[in-house]
Design a protein around this ligand. Structure first.
Ligand SMILES: [Zn+2]
Ligand SMILES: [Zn+2]
Length: 49
């Protein structure tokens, strides 16, 4: 069974991503790469702040 609720790999992000994607946006991927404890997602998606 595929994971229907595939969430963005960024902990502070509540966005849903496609099966073949890890992050919903480059912003989230960059945030994960940086050594910051930022829990706020900056992807700009509605309902994700
Ligand atoms: Zn997000
Ligand atoms: Zn995200």
């Amino acid at each position: 069974m595929a994971d229907e609720n595939n969430k963005c790999a960024h902990e502070g992000c509540a966005c849903v991503v496609k099966d073949d994607e890890e992050y919903c946006s480059p912003q989230c991927e960059a945030a994960e790469g940086q050594d910051v404890t930022e829990i706020v997602c900056s992807c700009g998606h509605p309902g994700c702040v």
